[in-house]
Design a protein around this ligand. Structure first.
Ligand code: PEP
Ligand code: MG
Length: 322
């Protein structure tokens, strides 16, 4: 596997049976764009835009955002740039000075954007104005209800119309939802009929499903993405999205785990967004896998009732195939 890694950076990615896979990069800053290119990614699948917050507390001005997004979109075009709307609050940036007893269950992500229209409006306008190459897509963080999606979409449409009326050419960008809260998994049929794409956030999905703080060392042993409750949700999310012809990718850290790859493939996932440095290794492992054997593996994992048994099964598969 290691010998293949360098060679594969530029090769199109596919499994042993010839099924194409698509790898995109997760990035925090525009300075990472050259490494996206070098890693052989097909674009940016997750830009964590909250990194633009000034001193971790103040939202950047619309003009500043527009210039930043525009530089990125230009450098990547025609490949996609998925900008996730500011995911502030929780364990991330402290936008407000209010101290919350349970920040991860508090004012975070889409909740702040809906409550503070100035922040949402300036980000959406900056995105729409920067989208001259038409390769920007908008990703909504921390979605837990249908109403949140409707509100953001309505706001976006209103801005598109207003910009057109003022003479600016502007398209409605593709809009997607992060699936990272169990409530969104239970609504996945509806959600995948409302959006252009979904992106699975396994870091928060693990945290919120297992009620284990992703940053609390005391309970890190319990933070296990191979827990059957996660494995089964992933299968539901991916199969439902595919059935509803909604594009689905995964942008949580799980996408970088070679052990998880055949399971995800077997569920029907074909798009991954991961840190650039891991792409070559994942591409090289994919070349040992077949869709048929991965499908059997996924089905077997769905019948197992513990993370230990699931990991054992995945290791067996890896030993046989990779
Ligand atoms: C996730 O939750 O898995 C994710 C990709 O988003 P973040 O790690 O930025 O919360
Ligand atoms: Mg998240």
């Amino acid at each position: 596997v290691e010998a293949d890694v360098c060679r594969l950076a530029d090769a199109p990615s596919q499994t042993r049976c010839g099924t194409p896979l698509h790898f995109y990069s997760n990035i925090d800053f525009k300075e990472e764009i050259p490494s996206v290119r070098n890693a052989g990614a097909e674009g940016v699948g997750l830009f964590r835009s909250e990194n633009l917050f000034i001193d971790n507390t103040k939202p950047p001005q619309e003009a500043e955002q527009q210039a930043y997004y525009s530089d990125m979109a230009e450098a990547l075009a025609p490949d996609p740039l998925v900008i996730r709307l500011f995911d502030i609050g929780g364990d991330k940036l402290i936008y407000s000075s209010i101290r919350e007893p349970n920040p991860n269950l508090g004012w975070r992500g889409i909740r702040i954007l809906i409550d503070v229209p100035d922040i949402l409006d300036s980000q959406l306008l900056a995105i729409l104005k920067a989208n001259t190459r038409r390769n920007i897509q908008v990703l909504m963080p921390m979605i837990s209800s249908i109403e949140e999606i409707t509100q953001i979409r309505t706001t976006l449409e209103r801005h598109v119309l207003a910009l057109r009326e003022s003479g600016t050419t502007c398209d409605m960008p593709k809009i997607g939802a992060m699936i990272e809260i169990p409530a969104a998994v239970l609504l996945i049929d509806e959600i995948t009929k409302m959006v252009d794409f979904i992106s699975i956030g396994t870091n928060d999905l693990t945290q919120y499903t297992l009620a284990v703080d992703r940053n609390n060392e005391i309970v890190q042993d319990l933070f296990d993405k191979f827990h059957p409750a996660i494995i089964r949700q992933l299968h539901t999310i991916i199969t439902t999205a595919n059935r509803n012809s909604c594009k689905v990718s995964l942008c949580g850290d799980m996408g970088s785990d070679p052990l998880a790859l055949p399971f995800l493939l077997g569920c029907g996932l074909r798009e991954f967004s991961i840190v650039s440095a891991d792409i070559a290794q994942l591409k090289s492992i994919a070349r040992y896998l077949t869709v048929d054997s991965s499908r059997q593996l996924a089905e077997a994992c769905l019948t197992l009732d513990s993370a230990a048994k699931i990991k054992e099964r995945l290791k067996e598969y890896q030993a046989q195939h990779v």
